[in-house]
Each structure stands twice: as structure tokens, then as C-alpha cells.
Design a binder for this molecule. Structure first.
Ligand SMILES: C[S@@+](CC[C@H](N)C(=O)[O-])C[C@H]1O[C@@H](n2cnc3c(N)ncnc32)[C@H](O)[C@@H]1O
Length: 290
């Protein structure tokens, strides 16, 4: 798998800054950016969304519903990589019940604060958020039944490290269910754009690379169990809901590029080249000795 050449620490810093802006922009910059749009097209049911704190839904930036069709059971442990404001942590927490446990990991302080507040608002006692990076998870080896993630691994500048970490933390026989953006060859203008990286587009790899990465990390039964191919309008909405139209924000210093004029033409160009895929994989029951 080809990893991008930029300094991984700087990439994470930029992404974190952009997501801080994304959830604080209305208070610090007065920008009226639509939020929660993605949640509505990401495969959650109306019932699911209406049972959650509004803040978790409004600040959702996913591209699928990793828990849909999963067989998560009461008493199990679920780990959410890049938990954001906590939408999937909350849903998982209701599924595993009081005897189960949900851990969310995120690197962005503002997101962590939001997720913790949303867990408290929902009155859930079986969920916690840990600060850390998904390339070096603050989670013990072989301790979780499920690894889930929603539109996050595309943002990692070191995807192979993330795949190895998923294999490490899963219990033998444990399952990974990840919704993420995948892309066939993107035009250079898009692939090199920082704001579009943070918008989950420019850092996306192909389905084939994703599957190879998971297999190389030692995971088995790797497959794509669902695809959500965006039409032109959905792509424009997707880009519009993640990109900020302001040029500078007091929260993080310099702001992202203003793409509002280009969104429609990019949506047209990207149609059919970019979609959300749900990957499933399993950790082997036993280490195989050669
Ligand atoms: C697109 S949002 C998705 C949030 C959430 N999964 C959801 O569905 O709403 C990406 C989130 O992943 C976090 N993130 C991105 N790269 C990360 C990394 N390398 N390590 C930890 N968190 C990361 C960001 O801080 C942000 O909260």
C-alpha cells in the first residue's frame, strides 16, 4: 500500500485542527455550516437518530453505519476508532448494555469533550473516550470483541499501522466492521488538497488497497459487505457538510481553502469514482506457526 509522503504528525495536526474548526465554527466564526447532513445519508434509521442526543447527530461526520447488520451482543466490548462526537459509541453502548463496554479513541480534544458530554447526556455508564491516535491505540492487546470505525481510516497518513493495531487489539475471533470512503484514482488537484484530505476524500485509498492492507496485517475473511455509491447531489452535500467556507478561524489560525465555488464541478467529476464501503474482517483464532 502506498502511503502519502507528508509528515504524518503534521497531517494529524492539520486534520485535528480542521475537525476542531468543524465543530466549533458556529461559535467561534459565526459560520452557518450545515452539520449532521452526512448522518442522514449514512445509513442510520430515523429511530436510531432520534434516540440520541441532538449534539451527537449534528456533529456526526461519518459515511456509513458500521453497526448496521453487525451482531454485536450484550456484554461485549466495542472499540470505535476516531469516535468524534460519539454517535457510534452511543449506539454501540445501547447494544452491549450495562454488562458490556464501549471505548472511543480520538485525538481531537474538542471532539473528546463533545463525546464525553454526549455520553453523560445520554446517561450511559458503560462508555468511555480515550485520547490517542489510531496508529498507536491506547488499548491493551486482544481485549475487544469488535473494532468499528466510521470515516476515519482514510484520514490516517499511516494506514498500515492502523490495520496492524486493529489486529493487535481484537480478541482472537473478534470482528472489525469499518465504514470508510474509498476512491479510484483521483485527479491531482483533488488528491493534493489539504481541505479535501480532511473532508475524507483526498486520503482515500482504493478498495483493493484497503483489502490488501487488512490482509497484510494478518486479518482474515476480509470482504466488502456494503457499498453506498454517492450520486452527484450527495457528493456535493458530503463535501459541503465537511468543508468550511470561512477562510480563517480564530480556533486554529489559518483556515482551509474556500471550495464553495468548485463543489458542484468536483461533485460532477467525482461521481462514480468515490464511495463509502463497509469492510468486514476477522482476527484469527490462533496464531499460525510456520
Ligand atoms: C470524519 S470524523 C468521524 C467521526 C465519527 N466517527 C463520526 O462518524 O461522526 C473523523 C474523526 O477522527 C478523528 N481522527 C482522525 N484521524 C485520527 C487519528 N489518526 N487518530 C485519532 N483520531 C483521528 C478526528 O479527530 C475526528 O474526530
Amino acid at each position: 500500500m502506498s502511503e502519502k509522503k507528508r509528515d504524518p504528525k503534521q497531517v494529524r495536526k492539520d486534520v485535528s485542527c480542521d475537525y476542531t474548526r468543524a465543530v466549533t465554527v458556529s461559535s467561534c466564526c459565526g459560520d452557518n455550516v450545515p452539520k449532521g447532513v452526512v448522518a442522514k445519508i449514512a445509513g442510520y434509521s430515523t429511530e436510531e437518530l432520534s434516540s440520541l442526543p441532538t449534539d451527537a447527530v449534528m456533529n456526526s461526520f461519518g459515511c456509513g453505519n458500521p453497526l448496521a447488520f453487525s451482531e454485536v451482543k450484550a456484554g461485549e466490548t466495542v472499540l470505535d476508532l476516531g469516535s468524534g462526537a460519539g454517535i457510534d459509541v452511543l449506539i454501540a453502548s445501547l447494544k452491549v448494555g450495562p454488562k458490556g463496554k464501549v471505548i472511543g479513541v480520538d485525538m481531537t480534544d474538542t471532539m473528546i469533550q463533545k463525546a464525553r458530554a454526549n455520553i453523560e447526556a445520554a446517561g450511559l455508564k458503560n462508555a468511555e473516550i480515550r485520547k490517542g491516535i489510531i496508529e498507536d491505540l491506547p488499548v491493551e492487546s486482544s481485549t475487544v470483541d469488535w473494532v468499528i470505525s466510521n470515516c476515519v481510516i482514510n484520514l490516517s497518513p499511516e494506514k498500515s499501522r492502523v490495520f496492524v493495531e486493529i489486529e493487535r487489539v481484537l480478541k482472537p475471533g473478534g470482528t472489525m466492521m469499518v465504514s470508510d470512503i474509498v476512491a479510484e484514482k483521483l485527479p491531482d488537484e483533488i488528491a493534493k488538497d489539504r481541505s479535501l484530505y480532511s473532508s475524507c476524500l483526498a486520503g482515500a485509498i482504493s478498495e483493493v488497497e484497503y483489502i490488501e492492507g487488512l490482509r497484510s496485517a494478518g486479518l482474515e475473511d476480509v470482504n466488502v459487505c456494503e457499498r453506498l455509491v454517492y450520486d452527484e447531489d450527495q457528493l456535493a452535500e458530503f463535501m459541503g457538510s465537511e468543508l468550511k467556507s470561512d477562510s480563517t478561524c480564530g480556533c486554529c489560525g489559518s483556515g482551509p481553502t474556500d471550495h464553495s465555488a468548485k463543489t458542484a464541478s468536483w461533485a460532477k467529476e467525482l461521481k462514480g469514482k468515490i464511495w463509502s464501503a463497509k469492510f468486514r474482517a476477522r482476527k484469527r483464532f490462533q496464531t499460525q506457526f510456520k
